[in-house]
Design a protein around this ligand. Structure first.
Ligand code: AMP
Length: 632
């Protein structure tokens, strides 16, 4: 048996597991607990990790770091709301990321996460009597590339070889052993301390296929805690005129008490929150007590707006997977917050069936990660994992149009090839601009990279056959290649992690596309009409230039129509109808011109070949932005 482990590096708690006798098993920590709080504290030159760190948090509010996962791989600008909420000090780093300031020391999120990983691994190694060096670490499905990299780096800092970063819902489905059943549609409802993920998986015959994923990276059980804290603080302020949230120690104590009350309310109809000596009376300087009864129904009122936010991601995940709620065979609950009865009610009501909770929701992800580690080490066989593209992938074509090659939510691995051509005569290069998104306008989508295909032999516009291939492998790595068919000349680019995007980013881009659907349709129509006018203009100019026998009188009307079209093509305010008129007028002028000059046709053809040769040299390095278009 290998010594590779699976680690759920959670926002609130972390869990480590490994395969033992063919079964995934949680490894207990040094304190004998199966979950370890993801908390690190610095106190009197001492570093504390886990339960001991959590326990002293009240007395050391500024030196205790928790919910670090929210900061992993994120920029300062992205974490404004987290920074505001944190009782510890967060500062902007020179690289645009964040650092935690404790005393005079600055710590990165990766370093803090590495401290948590180190404890998990050290405790597990002690227990097993052998050193653990390899791990599979899980992340929320929508962690973007930077967040995944940060997690991988945390593993490296902790001295681990990270075998793979695995999505949490996939790990959960693995732990449920659903692959051993027949084909099923599974909805994974993962509601932990800091994140909420909904995934629809298609499972069967050893294959896990993630059909869709949605969620909310800013919604977790800690928001329930903060809702209680706000309620406590508001009442306290009304009664005593003291804002407890301004006092970092009082805030930390309230957060802890709120979480405890919340957990109690999962089993009891009411509880009492009691915080002695929480503040001093500003008038009398006497100590103030906070004591309040919280019933489950008041708690449910407090979290009602948060519960409401659970709905849309579920609806979106179903609709993206193209299924109705009745098509879901199994609902799996993951994360401690699914223990809240009101959360279970929402799930049951929305999906019309009781969720499966037979595996402990706190441990299920780590158990699945252990199975994945087993798969990678060859201890577990017959499981294949598939993911989907969260957004459409395509290329920028003439007129700034986004042309899709792979639709969003396509299962990976996937390979798609389409043929494009040049927009201008004798064009010797094209720039392939790879984008991701749902908008018709390329500039509104996310740019993933650009590369050039050069040394295309000079040919008339529309002649070269440029095959563009998008190839996404099982890890979400996209390889885009362009090949000019007559010469076999190729160029390509590799883009990492196209299947992993921040949930809010995907959400925003999809919503943007919906909101701008009409505008985009119009943009596309105008672009198409403009492209048609422009290619008619190029063609007409070429014929005109090559018809040497034509008289000035014959040339003039056609040249005028060409010039007028050229002017319109450069004008961004011209409408579709106007382009169509110009194309029509140009076609007529060209027809008249050709009829008048018809006897000279043979000579023109010879001239054509010569002209091509003559211009080709000068155009050698002429690579033009998006000057290519779908062929045919
Ligand atoms: P996880 O990220 O899966 O470790 O989930 C942690 C979150 O679950 C924290 O916000 C906990 O307060 C919450 N949690 C754990 N147990 C319970 C419970 N019995 N009832 C309600 N919330 C819980």
């Amino acid at each position: 048996m290998g010594n590779a482990v699976g680690i759920d590096l959670g926002t609130t708690n972390s869990v480590i597991a490994r395969m033992e006798g063919g079964e995934p098993t949680v490894l207990v920590n040094g304190e004998g607990a199966r979950t370890t709080p993801s908390v690190v504290a610095f106190k009197d030159d001492q570093r504390l990790v886990g339960q001991v760190a959590k326990r002293q948090a009240v007395l050391n509010a500024q030196g205790t770091l928790f919910e670090i996962k929210r900061f992993m791989g994120r920029t300062w600008e992205e974490v404004a709301s987290e920074v505001e909420r944190a009782p510890y000090e967060v500062v902007k780093a020179d690289d645009g990321g964040v650092r935690f300031k404790v005393g005079d020391d600055l710590h990165s999120p990766e370093e803090i996460s590495a401290m948590i990983l180190r404890k998990l691994v050290a405790d597990a190694s002690d227990q097993l009597g052998e050193k653990i060096t390899e791990a599979v670490i899980t992340v929320p499905a929508y962690f973007n590339n930077a967040q995944r990299e940060a997690t991988q780096n945390a593993g490296k800092i902790a001295g681990l070889e990270v075998l793979r970063i695995v999505n949490e819902p996939t790990a959960a489905a693995l732990a449920y052993g659903l692959d051993k059943k027949g084909s099923e549609t599974v909805l994974v409802f993962d509601f932990g301390g800091g994140t909420f993920d909904v995934s629809v998986l298609e499972v069967g015959e050893g294959v896990f296929e993630v059909r869709s994923t949605h969620g909310d990276t800013h919604l977790g059980g800690s928001d329930f805690d903060y809702a209680i804290v706000d309620w406590l603080a508001e009442d306290f302020q009304k009664e005593y005129g003291v804002d407890l949230k301004k006092d970092k120690q009082a805030l930390q104590r309230m957060i802890e008490a709120a979480e405890k009350a919340k957990i109690e309310l999962s089993g009891l109809p009411e509880t009492t929150i009691s915080l002695p000596f929480i503040a001093m009376d500003p008038g009398s300087n006497a100590p103030l007590y906070l004591e309040k009864k919280l019933t489950r129904s008041t708690f449910e009122d407090l979290i009602a707006p948060l519960l409401k936010r659970l709905r849309k991601p579920v609806e979106d995940a179903l609709s993206d997977a193209d299924i109705a709620k009745g098509d879901v065979d199994e609902v799996i609950l993951v994360g401690g917050s699914t223990r809240v009865p009101a959360v279970k009610d929402v799930v049951q009501e929305m999906l019309g069936k009781a969720p499966n909770q037979s595996v402990n929701p706190d441990e299920v992800v780590a158990l699945g990660a252990a199975i994945q580690a087993g798969v990678l080490k060859g201890d577990v066989e017959d499981i294949v994992l598939l993911d989907v593209t969260p957004l459409s992938l395509g290329v920028e074509t003439k007129g700034g149009v986004f042309t899709t090659l792979i639709e969003r939510n396509t299962t990976v691995p996937v390979r798609k090839t389409e043929t494009f051509t040049t927009a201008d005569a004798n064009q010797t290069g094209v720039e392939v601009h790879v984008l991701q998104g749902e908008r018709s306008m390329a500039r509104e989508n996310k740019s993933l990279g650009k590369f050039k295909l050069e040394e295309i032999p000079p040919m008339p516009a529309g002649m070269p056959q440029i095959e563009i291939t998008y190839d996404i492998d099982a890890n979400g790595v996209l390889n885009v290649s362009a090949r000019e068919k007559s010469t076999g000349k190729e160029a390509s680019i590799t883009i990492q992690n196209t299947t992993t995007l921040a949930e809010d980013e995907v959400e925003r881009m999809v919503q943007d596309a919906e909101r701008h659907a009409d505008e985009d349709a119009k943009f596309r129509e105008v672009a198409e009409a403009r492209n048609a006018a422009d290619s008619m203009r190029t063609q007409a100019q070429k014929i005109l230039d090559e018809t040497e026998s034509a008289t000035d009188d014959q040339k003039q009307p056609l040249q005028e129509a060409i010039d007028e079209t050229a002017k319109a093509v450069d004008d961004p305010n011209v409408e579709k109808d106007r382009y169509e008129e110009l194309t029509q007028a140009l076609a007529e002028a060209l027809q008249t011109f050709q009829a008048a000059t018809a006897p000279a046709e043979d000579e023109a053809e010879t001239a054509d070949a010569e002209a091509t040769e003559a211009t080709s040299e000068g155009d050698e390095d002429d690579v033009v932005d998006a000057d290519f278009k779908p062929a045919g």
